[in-house]
Design a protein around this ligand. Structure first.
Ligand code: NAD
Length: 421
């Protein structure tokens, strides 16, 4: 067993299963399909030997899990983080399956992870880890098999190395093997902002249903990476006051509202909130309990559990991160009447534009920024309405409704395809 293995409430795979079971029972899912969809299709663990800058050798561990390829090639990010576990990657890959189905893109679900700390590695070490990891999972990825993308700790540069490593072996350009690439290398305009754009649309549509004017709202954002930073900026543009934001070093709070432009300029230069002096510091846990209207967890899993759910004061919780709320915390938050837009819906903007990137690479024809944003808007709004309708029709939470929608779509295709014997 991985020494980092997490047990109980905070095990993400158990958290996924808890929601899956509830949604499956509400759908009356056929027992055979229940077994098929509950289990990942394929799991690969690889050893990644790398020569470090000091000449020593370190063997890292990497995973790639393909939860389902029923609806199309597996699709999902690659995470570089010291706390990556196999169960986390399993959960993240299943969430990708449901997410792709919720926004109705023709992909299955996959996810990868390498147990490493990119903040402590040189660019050369990072490149060698990336290339060896990709070489070791090469047989199971590909434009029609499994298409990686960025996640925590990885970025466009890492995607460029992935594309290049694959292309060297395939002896062809293969831009569509990975998404989230730099635009110069077949990336899509609007991909960097896509997850934040999808979160903005989720907030806007939710506030509309709640009959609340964004200009009267305050927000706290946990995480100042790709998702957190961009979401903060888009919410700020909607008139929302961003009262707090955080990164791994802690939170920064300003009751009058943070200057997002200055904050992003600081982050671009220093990559940490440390040294940005336009607010007071507090902990990440304290940020979650601030008396704001909108809370956006956009860092990592299990930040709202049965221990702190009672203290959450936001009225609208929109999940930028995957799995930020545990299944036990769901019940407490629902009891408090908090409007929750679940991860597999709220943060689906990223995979939607990844799909657009894959389509553009295969066409060899690239769309304008406006075209990307316009198509994303249509697909996100449709998915939000589908989930809200499902929640009303079955009298379930929005999270269970999103699972039901995703599971039902994957189940129908699995049934159509039949079981190969
Ligand atoms: P990132 O690496 O760019 O940023 C992560 C941020 O969270 C950083 O500010 C980091 O300092 C902070 N952080 C990390 N660990 C933390 C901890 N334990 N406590 C508090 N803060 C912590 O990652 P990202 O791409 O912004 O992804 C963030 C979340 O959003 C992840 O859960 C990811 O799976 C999810 N997500 C990302 C995308 C995408 O397109 N990048 C799409 C969908 C979902």
């Amino acid at each position: 067993m991985n020494p980092n293995q997490v047990l109980g409430e905070e095990n993400p795979f158990e958290a996924m299963h808890a929601r899956f079971d509830l949604a499956a029972s509400k759908l009356g899912l056929d027992p055979g399909l229940y077994q098929i969809l509950r289990t990942p299709d394929r799991e690969l663990t690889v050893a990644i030997p790398v020569v470090l800058d000091d000449g020593s050798v370190q063997v890292f561990t990497g995973y790639r899990v393909q939860h389902s390829m029923a609806r199309g090639p597996a699709k999902g990010g690659i995470r570089f983080d010291p706390n990556v576990t196999l169960d986390e990657v399993r959960a993240l890959s299943a969430w990708m399956t449901w997410k792709c189905a919720v926004v109705n893109v023709p992909f299955g679900g996959g996810k990868g992870g390498v147990v490493c700390d990119p903040s402590k590695m040189s660019p050369g070490e990072l490149e060698r880890v990336t290339r060896r990891y990709i070489a070791n999972i090469l047989d199971i990825i590909g434009p029609d098999r499994d298409i990686p993308a960025p996640d925590m700790g990885t970025n466009g540069q890492v995607m460029a190395w992935i594309m290049d490593t694959y292309a060297m072996h395939a002896r062809e350009a293969s831009t569509s093997v990975v998404t989230g690439k730099p635009v110069e290398l077949g990336g899509s305009l609007g991909r960097i902002e896509a997850t934040g754009r999808g979160l903005q649309i989720s907030v806007r549509e939710s506030l509309q249903r709640m009959e609340v004017d964004p200009a009267t709202c305050s927000a706290a954002v946990q995480g100042a990476g790709n998702v957190g930073q961009v979401t903060a900026q888009f919410l700020h543009q909607m008139g929302v006051k961003i009262m707090a934001i955080s990164d791994i070093t802690g939170a920064l709070v300003n009751e009058k509202g943070l200057d997002i432009k200055a904050l992003r300029a600081h982050l671009a230069k220093h990559r940490t909130l440390d040294g940005f002096d336009q607010g007071d510091r507090m902990t990440n846990s304290e940020l979650l309990e601030l008396p704001v209207d909108i809370l956006i967890p956009a860092a990592t899993e299990n930040v709202i559990t049965s221990r702190n759910a009672e203290n959450i004061r936001a009225k609208l919780l929109v999940e930028g991160a995957n799995g930020p709320v545990t299944a036990a915390a769901d019940k407490i938050l629902e009891g408090k009447g908090i409007f929750i837009v679940p991860d597999i819906l709220a943060n689906a903007g990223g995979v939607t534009v990844s799909y657009f990137e894959w389509v553009q690479d295969r066409q060899g024809y690239f769309w304008s920024h406006d075209e990307v944003d316009g198509r994303l808007e249509v697909m996100m709004v449709k998915a939000i309405n589908d989930v809200l309708d499902m929640a009303e029709r079955f009298e379930v939470s929005k999270r269970i409704a999103a699972y039901m929608l995703g599971i039902d779509r994957v189940a129908k295709i699995t049934k159509l395809r039949g079981i190969y014997a």
